[in-house]
Write a protein that binds this ligand. Structure first.
Ligand SMILES: [Zn+2]
Length: 91
């Protein structure tokens, strides 16, 4: 992607840069002040690093799975006994 011809104007070259990335996830707002990207030196077109976008997507999926699991755990916790003693003997 870097130092390749710009897909927007077809003339400029993409240079590595960092740009702020904002994304909303439900009620939460994610802010990355220094997201890796490539910027065209002719038209200024910005394309985010595909690896960054992929990592972001994986993080989203993980966060959603974790919040769902946490909700399920919270519902089930009243069914469990509050304390347990390990049946272990020393010797
Ligand atoms: Zn361009």
């Amino acid at each position: 992607m870097l130092n390749e011809k710009c897909e927007e104007c077809g003339i400029g070259r993409c240079q590595a840069t960092v740009v702020p990335f904002l994304s909303s996830m439900g009620a939460r707002m994610l802010v990355f002040p220094n997201a890796p990207a490539a910027k065209c030196d002719m038209c200024g077109h910005v394309a985010y690093d595909p690896r960054f976008l992929l990592a972001l997507q994986q993080m989203f999926t993980q966060l959603q799975a974790e919040s769902q699991a946490a909700r399920r755990r919270h519902q089930r916790i009243s069914d469990r006994p509050s304390a347990w003693t390990p049946a272990r003997r020393s010797g």
